[in-house]
Design a protein around this ligand. Structure first.
Ligand code: ZN
Length: 162
């Protein structure tokens, strides 16, 4: 790692800590030549494979942008969007694959979005699943109306991965 100030290549790590629940490591470094300090963040790269065959780095911001569009005029605040994007990222990372198809990112968005706002969910699903008729909406709405199995059970008690 080169020093960003003097480009010297000998930099010592003086502190190292995990951030984002261990998904990234933040290191404090000190340059042996000029003595200045800087921070680096190491993160396992999660690639999204688009239908075009191009891969790009997973971006939480992109998830937020897509969902924000579906939430226009809905009582969903920025905080909720960020939380949703965080959940999507965790779900996607939990899959354990270094490269995931973009439609799986879309799938990971549907669940949390449905909990957040049903209208936004319908909008997002209509684009994502390319609804082509009113029947598609009707079917989806019927699904929304059907009480989920075990709905009485507290659902926000965390993801029980295992
Ligand atoms: Zn330096």
């Amino acid at each position: 790692m080169r020093c960003p100030f003097c480009r010297h290549s000998d930099c010592r790590v003086i502190d190292s800590r995990e951030v984002e629940d261990g998904q990234a490591t933040r290191r404090r470094r000190s340059c042996a030549a000029c003595g200045r300090r800087f921070t680096t963040v190491e993160e396992a790269v999660l690639a999204v494979l688009k239908r075009s065959g191009v891969t790009e780095q997973f971006s939480r911001e992109k998830v937020v942008r897509g969902v924000r569009r579906a939430c226009q005029g809905r009582p969903v605040d920025e905080d909720a969007l960020q939380q949703l994007a965080h959940r999507v990222e965790e779900a996607v990372r939990a899959g354990g694959a270094a490269e995931i198809p973009s439609h799986e990112v879309g799938l990971a968005i549907l669940g949390p979005l449905r909990e957040l706002d049903e209208v936004a969910y319908l909008r997002f699903a209509s684009v994502y699943r390319s609804f082509s008729s009113i029947e598609d909406f009707e079917k989806e709405i019927a699904d929304l109306r059907r009480p989920a199995a075990g709905e009485a059970v507290e659902q926000r008690s965390g993801s029980s991965t295992g």
